[in-house]
Design a protein around this ligand. Sequence first.
Ligand SMILES: N[C@@H](CCC(=O)O)C(=O)O
Length: 223
Amino acid sequence: MKVGVIVFPGSNCDRDMQWVFQGLLGLPTRMVWHQDSDLGDLDAIVIPGGFSYGDYLRCGAIARFSPAMRSVIEAAEQGKPVLGVCNGFQILTEAGLLPGALIRNQNLHFVCDRVPVKVERSARLWTEGYAAGQVLNLPIAHGEGRYYADPDTLKQIEDKGQVLFRYEGSNPNGSWNQIAGICNDRGNVLGMMPHPERAADAALGNTDGLALFQAMTAALVSV
Ligand SMILES: N[C@@H](CCC(=O)O)C(=O)O
């Protein structure tokens, strides 16, 4: 059982992810340079936050062409859990693993804050450690986090229950339907803009994000 964290030029949350999986949960974790396409040894894949390729063109638009991404797509097709946080979410939408897009924040400002995020439902792999409707306090830090999808796609993901996280109260980036995180139809790929890895270690004073990683880990143990 092994977790892989894909590292692109410009990733900056890769070590935080490594700390959660390896340091807090005690799971073997491999840092994978984006040019490495041999991911066969991995049981779960994480695409961390950051500024891959300096966010040139659009956040995630260049990273999605990295050799590792072809293998991430294969792993997702095999049903392995794939988690993308912030820039990772952007890369997953650019790669077509998740529907919709992350566009410039409505107020055109980079937003760095801690915000209430509601868990929509208790979903296998990701949110079984939370109660439906539970409100988490999670850090956000992004310039292109406004979730957008065309009306048909939006209806489809809402109808299928693919929205797992929604901003509660305020809408910090103007996301359609206050969407903060979605999974794919099959449920094994999750992308979210808030940073649960920055709210996982008690030393940081907030462990609201930890249950997400525990749910992912529990699923791995039973693989
Ligand atoms: N580069 C992204 C996200 C930053 C991150 O992943 O923390 C943005 O500004 O939208």
